[in-house]
Write a protein that binds this ligand. Structure first.
Ligand SMILES: Nc1nc2c(ncn2[C@@H]2O[C@H](COP(=O)(O)OP(=O)(O)OP(=O)(O)O)[C@@H](O)[C@H]2O)c(=O)[nH]1
Length: 302
């Protein structure tokens, strides 16, 4: 197993910044979606760098798949960094009420200003941003289904100018896509395991090895139970170079147990890896979080 093969392209980042820069002028606040299982690695620094900073909240999507204890730790972590982060299950709608409350809290200045000017009702305009696949469209659709009312929806009006209403909140209905900026191998591997990046640009065996190494420390019982493993080696997952030799016996055991064999009765590591990643993404191993505050340099800075 060689070096990590994930790549990203600086051009994406420059383009994302330009688009955000112009769109953000239209709104009062930004709703930044991150994945609750990797809240820092699934953020994107572009937002923080924009010249037109707006009040913002963080929504931690896929709360249903994340470890509740870790989600609480992340909520506290963001609060310590003066940010409001709200966990939500976008599919069931759980947590969306709290998102709305949080949005009101960060935009209270605008409401107060409008009151002073004699306005009785303030519309809060917000845009939804986040890395691909984090749940942006689902968030907007879910919101729209709740309070169905679209504005600017006449024929001939470009789709980009549509707003979705949720009471006194209007969401720009074209979400802003931010590409993840991959600073460390660990961050790339977490993104790969979570399903945020396409399989073509990472090595599935490396991602699975990283996950098994990580889970053997953080979630050993889930791993043992799911794959009928009698024991797990105490893996040092912080040193990626040495992970594979430590974790190979686990892949061997899982492959034999599942009958995933290649020619010569050898375990088909690639098949085992693919299966592992899919099961993690489907939540088959139970609720788990791929990074906790303070795990490494990636998670030390918000
Ligand atoms: N379990 C779970 N799945 C979610 C949640 N939010 C979104 N999903 C799923 O994640 C997948 C991606 O959701 P989208 O809403 O398409 O994500 P997006 O950010 O709009 O994706 P792009 O269009 O690629 O930028 C879909 O299969 C959703 O059903 C959540 O809170 N929990």
């Amino acid at each position: 197993m060689g070096q990590l093969t994930i790549q990203w392209y600086p051009g994406h980042m420059a383009k994302a910044r330009r688009i955000m820069e112009s769109r953000i002028k239209q709104v009062d606040a930004v709703i930044e979606l991150v994945d609750a299982r990797l809240p820092i690695s699934s953020r994107n620094p572009v937002l923080q760098q924009l010249s037109t900073r707006k009040p913002g909240i963080i929504v931690m999507t896929r709360d249903d798949l994340a470890d509740p204890e870790a989600t609480q730790a992340w909520t506290d972590y963001f609060a310590e960094h003066d940010m409001i982060a709200v966990p939500a299950n976008i599919l069931s709608g759980e947590g969306l009420g709290r998102v709305k409350d949080a949005l009101h809290r960060v935009t209270s200045e605008k409401v107060n200003r409008d009151r002073q000017r004699g306005l009785r009702r303030t519309i809060i305009r917000a845009m939804v941003v986040g890395i691909p696949n984090v749940g942006k469209s689902s968030f907007i659709n879910r919101t729209a289904r709740k309070a169905v009312a679209k504005t600017g929806n006449q024929p001939g009006v470009t789709r980009q100018e549509q707003w979705v209403k949720m009471g006194d909140i209007e969401l720009l209905d074209t979400p802003g896509v931010l590409w993840p900026k991959i600073d460390t191998p660990e961050q790339g591997l977490r993104l790969a395991v979570s399903g945020a990046i396409k399989e073509q640009i990472y090595n599935v065996e490396e991602a699975a090895a990283y996950f098994v190494a990580y889970a053997s420390r953080r979630y050993p019982e889930q791993l043992k139970q799911r794959y009928k493993l009698a024991e797990l080696p105490a893996v040092d997952w912080t040193d990626l170079q040495t992970v594979w030799p430590q974790i190979a016996p686990v892949f061997e055991a899982i492959g034999r147990h599942r009958g995933m064999l290649a020619r010569g009765a050898e375990v088909d590591i690639e098949r085992v890896s693919r299966m592992l990643i899919k099961e993690v993404q489907d939540g088959v191993l139970g609720r788990l979080t791929l990074e906790w505050p303070g795990d490494d340099a990636t998670t030390d800075e918000a």
